[in-house]
Ligand binder design. Structure first.
Ligand code: ITT
Length: 199
């Protein structure tokens, strides 16, 4: 059976293809490029889970196939959990990872060591054309550093050091990031559900 990966974020696509391949579920993952008629979905939810479900349902309805979506972001303690669900558009320019990271660094510049806790969060949603739905979630806790390091990953990876690590998530190998990441955790939990529900 075929399942549509309902995201246009290149960083996510690379990670999700790896994570789902490792999970070895018996489905074929197809990209949104096979459905050029499907437009962007307004992310009007108030939580990662709501937004992931909005995206998965829209693509399942329009493609007629089961769809999986990822809604994710960086939640910074000193900013009361922001940027959170607004992570992709924090600077006002949707998907401009550099502008978003630069603004966030400026906002935490006077937050002292020891008060820089933050976590990445991910909601993984599966929706069927029938309307059936499932969601799983994952998190990766750490601290924000003041000068970006590393070239791996995407988004805010160069400024988050996971608890128990000295490297940022942009300095980890792909396999190391997948093993502990919010996305790895959420989609490894969703994988057996995909295998069970999609037949
Ligand atoms: P789709 O809706 O098409 O999936 P998007 O980029 O709009 O793409 P989100 O609204 O879920 O997706 O935004 C996620 C943002 O959170 C992303 O742009 C990154 O800035 C950040 N983010 C999510 N996961 C991350 C990770 O693993 N490492 C670094 N930053 C991450």
């Amino acid at each position: 059976p075929r399942v549509v990966l309902a995201t246009r974020n290149a960083g996510k696509i690379a990670e999700l293809r790896r994570i789902l391949a490792d999970a070895a579920i018996p489905v074929e993952i197809v990209g949104l490029e096979e459905f050029p008629e499907i437009g962007d979905v307004a992310e009007t939810g108030l939580t990662f889970a709501e937004n992931a479900l909005l995206k998965a349902h829209a693509v399942a309805r329009q493609s007629g196939l089961p769809a999986i979506a990822d809604d994710s972001g960086l939640c910074v303690d000193a900013l009361n959990g922001m940027p959170g669900i607004f992570s992709a558009r924090w600077s006002g320019k949707h998907g401009d990872d550099q502008a978003n990271l630069d603004l966030l660094l400026a906002q935490v510049s006077d937050v002292p060591e020891g008060h820089r806790g933050a976590h990445f969060a991910c909601a993984a949603a599966l929706a069927l054309p029938s309307g059936e739905e499932r969601v799983t979630e994952g998190a990766l806790h750490g601290a924000i550093i003041s000068a970006p390091r590393g070239t791996g990953g995407f988004g805010y990876d160069p400024i988050l050091v996971p608890d128990g690590e000295t490297r940022t998530t942009a300095e980890l190998s792909a396999a190391e990031k997948d093993a502990i990441s919010h996305r790895g955790r959420a989609f490894r939990a969703l994988a057996p559900i995909i295998a069970e529900v999609v037949v």
